[in-house]
Design a protein around this ligand. Structure first.
Ligand SMILES: *Cc1c(COP(=O)(O)O)cnc(C)c1O
Length: 369
């Protein structure tokens, strides 16, 4: 069923970023520090407990601070979810998103877990399109560059009782993003978190919510202190099963071409990148196993030479080769290892599909502008 596109009211900025400033930003966008001239806002009021409520007043506003009551539920109980996806400029100037329907779907799975209202998929897609159209000049066109889109939903109701909020805001902001790697791709070292978990049985690990990230920060600090850029979390209850990094899923490549990635257990966030890699690997005739994968198996596979590559994946950095896993007790992986061949091949193919330089065999791209 297709529904009519939603009409968004346009309250355009009277004070947009001057052309020369924007041009300077786009020359070296970095990541997540500069934002476009506008944002999307849609209000909701209702009662998720009774299954009632409606979205209203979809609009484009100048980018700027939110006015929130200090009692807004999000500030106290963290009732919040978000998404992350990119808009890519193709060689002919058109702008496309990658699998935005999967992000819409995941937003609603997260919403259900956090007792927030679901947003119709069409409204999600319309919101992205509307924002990218008004801020089209902010979509960079350099190699590996994109406009990063950050949809999010927060509980705005001013009420200190603990129950699902009856007033909610959905918003989308956008930020030009540079080539995450900034030059040649280098493997990253990963710190193994032994003292902290980001998720637990029955918790919110499979939902994209801010609280999971808050919970991962001390582990990240520990990793930083040991010279590592990312943190690996384990499921200690399942015999040290490898889960994922703070914001990226992981894959292990075997010498016989098999890929293994931890199965979705409810404590792992299902990445759109993960799902896409599974498909692309299968298209290449590689077998992909989604199953329990333990630290012991990683260690033994690395020692025996049967595990030849490991990589992390997510929208922001696409695919990052993992160099070594570092913990207080041991190091798994070789110092100075080069990025693996399979890792780099899949990375290249994924990037080429996203940027329109390769065929899109699964119809993953949607044109925005
Ligand atoms: C967002 C996220 C990922 C990656 O998801 P993508 O859809 O591939 O960007 C992986 N793990 C966590 C915890 C995440 O929040």
């Amino acid at each position: 069923m297709t529904t009519e596109p939603t009409t968004f009211a346009h309250h355009l900025s009277q004070d947009p970023v001057p052309d020369e400033v924007r041009t300077a930003v786009l020359a070296d966008p970095g990541f997540g520090t500069t934002f476009t001239d506008h944002m999307v806002k849609i209000d909701w009021s209702g009662d998720v407990v009774r299954g009632t409520g409606r979205w209203s007043d979809p609009r484009i506003e100048p980018y700027g601070p939110l006015v929130l009551d200090p009692a807004a539920a999000v500030l106290h109980y963290g009732q919040e979810i978000f998404e992350g996806l990119k808009a890519y400029r193709h060689a002919d100037g058109s702008v496309w998103t990658f699998r935005a329907d999967a992000n819409a779907d995941r937003l609603n799975r997260s919403a259900r877990r956090l007792a927030l209202p679901e947003l119709p998929e069409q409204l999600f897609l319309d919101a992205l399109r509307e924002l990218v159209r008004v801020d089209e000049q902010w979509v960079p066109d350099g190699d590996g560059e994109s406009l990063y889109l950050r949809p999010f939903m927060i509980a705005t109701e001013a009420f200190l009782g603990v129950r699902p909020a009856r007033e909610v805001l959905f918003s989308v902001i956008a930020s030009p993003a540079g080539n995450y790697f900034g030059g040649p791709v280098k493997p990253v070292d990963i710190w193994l978190s032994r003292d902290y978990a980001r998720a637990g049985r029955g918790g919110t690990g499979a939902a994209k919510c801010g609280g999971n990230y808050a919970a991962s920060l001390v582990a990240q600090l520990e990793g930083d202190a040991h010279g590592c850029q990312q943190v690996m979390f384990l499921d200690r209850d399942r015999g040290d099963a490898v889960e994922e990094l703070g914001g990226m899923n992981v894959f292990f490549v075997h010498e016989d071409g098999r890929l293994v990635t931890p199965e979705l257990t409810g404590t792992i966030l299902e990445g759109v990148t993960r799902r896409s890699i599974i498909q692309l690997a299968k298209d290449r005739g590689l077998s992909v196993e989604e199953r329990r994968f333990t630290l012991d198996e990683w260690r033994e596979g690395w020692r025996a030479g049967t595990i030849t590559e490991a990589f992390a994946c997510g929208t922001a950095a696409v695919i990052t080769p993992i160099g070594r896993l570092v913990s207080a007790e041991e190091v798994i992986g070789d110092e100075g290892a080069r990025p693996g061949e399979v890792t780099m091949d899949i990375r290249k193919q994924l990037l080429e599909i996203q940027t329109g330089r390769a065929e899109d065999p699964h119809g993953w791209l949607t044109r925005l502008v």
